[in-house]
Design a binder for this molecule. Sequence first.
Ligand SMILES: CC(C)(COP(=O)(O)OP(=O)(O)OC[C@H]1O[C@@H](n2cnc3c(N)ncnc32)[C@H](O)[C@@H]1OP(=O)(O)O)[C@@H](O)C(=O)NCCC(=O)NCCS
Length: 167
Amino acid sequence: MIRNSTDADFAAILEIVNDGAQRYKGVIPADRWHEPYMPAEELKKEIAAGVAFSVAEQDGRVVGVMGIQDKGDVTLVRHAYVATSAQRGGIGTKLLRHLEGLTHKPVLIGTWAAATWAIDFYVRNGFTVVSRAEKERLLRKYWSIPARQVETSVVLADARWQAQATA
Ligand SMILES: CC(C)(COP(=O)(O)OP(=O)(O)OC[C@H]1O[C@@H](n2cnc3c(N)ncnc32)[C@H](O)[C@@H]1OP(=O)(O)O)[C@@H](O)C(=O)NCCC(=O)NCCS
């Protein structure tokens, strides 16, 4: 079952983010890895900044989380994580479909260039990796991340964004 999160889901969201993020260990640049990957304070700040999470539940337990953040002319997908034990079972796809149903705006996603599995996941779901120049422009415009992370990230865009960019 997929549903929008409530305040009561905070601890479960934090747990799933930090469990799912274990996949990054040894893969993303070592200077960007830290544990926990997302401290509670950072998650609070993200929610305060407008990241609205949806959660996937199985047998009454949260097993996946994914957020959207409205940025005016676009919507960002932020913090997509499925519990390690539940990955590759279709939960991420269901969460993404749910989020896409919550917005009519073009959707952008940023992830680690080294997270090839995540890039595959989004490409399978209709997203396209944007050019390097476009990535740099988009990350500076819509995200607040350090310069080093711009270098080591990619941005993927949905069909709506692509159509608008080529119009
Ligand atoms: C990326 C993620 C959210 C996708 O959710 P999911 O429920 O595992 O994905 P689905 O089962 O809906 O889709 C599976 C497809 O995603 C890709 N994929 C997901 N995990 C993968 C893995 N470990 N290795 C290779 N491909 C993977 C594949 O294309 C896969 O299709 P396949 O199983 O037929 O090869 C989840 O795997 C995850 O939390 N990963 C670790 C954290 C992460 O990378 N988050 C993305 C942040 S932007």
